[in-house]
Design a protein around this ligand. Structure first.
Ligand SMILES: Cc1cc2nc3c(=O)[nH]c(=O)nc-3n(C[C@H](O)[C@H](O)[C@H](O)COP(=O)(O)OP(=O)(O)OC[C@H]3O[C@@H](n4cnc5c(N)ncnc54)[C@H](O)[C@@H]3O)c2cc1C
Length: 430
């Protein structure tokens, strides 16, 4: 099976190099892998898996605040235990999550879920939403939790973004009727070759018709709300730092990191053990080069098993600027190649006009550059001083900045959907 879960991916490119770049990777197939998961979980729980559909997504919200702490004291009786045999969740059955308290000094608290998802990016949240939708359609209730290391949802998502809505059309077809942060359609699409002081317009290799300029972190926050409305539990501020195995080396969940550890490794007064989140299924949706994903791939030799090629990476540096109203053209999209990068360095820049006088400008540099003295950050500074870019930014203010790696490898790197003893990866960034 090809790894084709939810990548809310954007532009389509016709250039050879760009089509293998997941940056422009588009995925569509969403249902079959989740049906598989649901079937597995239903069988394991001996729950009925009916085919009748119930698409009433909004009727039974069970909203857990996004700021909820995993470590806060819990009332008794434990809220993670099924309420009682007669309790229903709307038309659904009670969940099977369960909470065990253990000695804080040595052991960790442990919470059981049906599905534990690591990473609240587009992939992790879409997976959670889809699972809950399938639960409703099949009159099954599975407990699903998502753990996110960013302090808030979207805090680690810096992509400012030309967004292709096809995957969202499939996942939440009613999105246009809601207050979704997708409001600026692409209005123009330019592609320039830059030299030190000139810009040559080239035919655009992209087809961004029907796409939108968005902030992906805002979209992720909105997906978080949708997931919570469906009963997904989301825990921001907790990094999954360890894979949990049972005695047969099967993955049984993850553990969050210990808190209150001093630099020298000693325990501060505030020390608290991490928490074990155990799942019958664990989905890793950590994005580019996730630490747990790397470990699992190494432990089980997953790349070697499917003869996948090695992954390649790039660094994306981005700033959001507020610019002069007269220079702002909402929906305008510009990509450049050439200067400041030399011809041996793969990469290019982007400049997207969002709403509210904001533009998102950035440089992506593939990390296989030959010149050891090349500094991507300095190249980005040079880019902003190019006459064609400077003109636009002059008089403006930087309001946000960040950098993040992204995968450059395409399908040849991720040929197969890995099921590691009932656990899997979602997204495109493994
Ligand atoms: C500068 C830049 C510009 C981009 N522009 C575009 C664009 O225009 N169009 C496009 O299609 N794509 C673009 N991308 C790529 C796009 O951002 C990614 O493809 C997309 O975000 C991948 O989604 P994901 O859910 O797989 O991973 P991510 O979005 O990376 O989400 C992973 C989440 O998991 C969390 N996490 C990771 N490890 C752990 C852990 N151990 N415990 C808890 N939480 C964890 C992270 O904090 C993060 O929130 C861009 C990327 C960058 C860097």
């Amino acid at each position: 099976m090809v790894l084709r879960f939810f990548s809310l991916s954007i532009s389509s490119s016709k250039s050879k190099r760009l089509t293998t770049n997941n940056y422009f990777f588009t995925t569509t197939t969403t249902t079959p892998p989740f049906k598989f998961l649901l079937r597995y979980l239903s069988t394991a729980a001996q729950l009925p898996l009916q085919s009748q559909s119930n698409n009433n997504f909004n009727s039974t919200p069970s909203i857990v605040p996004l700021t909820r702490s995993l470590l806060s004291p819990r009332p008794c009786p434990c809220p993670f235990l099924p309420l009682n045999n007669n309790t229903t969740f709307g038309s659904l059955r009670p969940t099977s999550r369960c909470f065990t308290t253990t000695d804080q000094s040595h052991h960790r608290d442990s919470i059981n879920y049906d599905v534990v998802i690591v990473g609240a990016g587009p992939a992790g949240l879409s997976a959670a939403i889809r699972l809950k939708q399938l639960c409703r359609q099949n009159d099954v209730d599975l407990s699903v939790c998502v753990v996110e290391k960013g302090a808030q949802l979207g805090a680690h998502i810096i992509s400012g973004n030309v967004f292709e809505p096809r995957a969202l059309d499939e996942l939440l077809p009613q999105w246009k009727q809601e207050e979704v942060p997708i409001s600026v359609p692409v209005s123009s699409d330019k592609f320039w070759l830059l030299t030190r002081d000139r810009a040559f317009s080239l035919p655009s290799p992209f087809d961004n018709k029907g796409n939108y300029v968005i902030s992906l972190s805002q979209l992720v926050r909105w997906l978080g709300i949708k997931a919570e409305e469906l009963g997904v539990e989301i825990y921001p501020g907790f990094a999954a730092s360890e894979i949990l195995y049972d005695s047969n080396r099967k993955v049984v969940g993850i553990a969050t990191n210990d808190m209150g550890v001093a630099k020298d490794g000693s325990k501060r007064e505030t020390f608290q053990r991490g928490v074990e989140l155990k799942g019958r299924i664990t989905l890793l949706a950590e994005g580019c080069r996730g630490s747990l994903s790397q470990k699992i791939m190494g432990d089980y030799n997953l790349r070697e098993k499917v003869q996948a090629q090695h992954q390649t990476y790039a660094l994306g540096i981005k700033e959001v600027w507020e610019i002069d109203e007269s220079k702002h053209t909402p929906g305008s999209v510009l990509h450049t190649i050439g200067w400041p990068l030399d011809h041996k360095t793969y990469g290019g820049s982007f400049l997207y006009h969002m709403k509210d006088r904001q533009v998102s400008v950035g440089l992506v540099v593939a990390l296989d550059y030959h010149n050891p003295y090349l500094n991507p950050y300095e190249e980005f500074q040079k880019l902003k001083h190019h006459p064609a870019i400077k003109r636009l930014l002059e008089g403006g203010t930087v309001i946000q900045y960040g950098a993040r790696t992204l995968n450059e490898g395409g399908l040849q790197v991720n040929e197969t959907l890995f099921f590691v003893l009932r656990n899997t990866f979602v997204g495109i960034e493994n």
